[in-house]
Design a protein around this ligand. Structure first.
Ligand code: ZN
Ligand code: ZN
Length: 73
């Protein structure tokens, strides 16, 4: 069973992470609560950072972590 209501959190500061793509008109931006910050893309185009503590990891890391959360592993 997929638990898609478990939010992805930062491994360092444990705050909930909101992933949005670079297109600010995309629907994924509508899922971002108004008082929350989205994850930050870095200039290298490969890594994404937590907007709160600055924890940086490769996009694959975040994707894998999100899957683990979703499937409860
Ligand atoms: Zn963090
Ligand atoms: Zn999007």
């Amino acid at each position: 069973m997929i638990k898609d209501d478990r939010p992805l959190t930062c491994p360092k500061c444990r705050r909930v992470q909101y992933f949005v793509c670079r297109n600010e008109k995309c629907v994924c931006w509508e899922r971002l609560p108004k008082n929350k910050k989205p994850q930050k893309f870095n200039a290298d185009g490969e890594t994404i950072s937590c907007p709160y503590c600055g924890f940086t990891a490769h996009a694959d890391y975040w994707e894998t972590r999100e899957m683990q959360f979703a499937f409860g592993n």
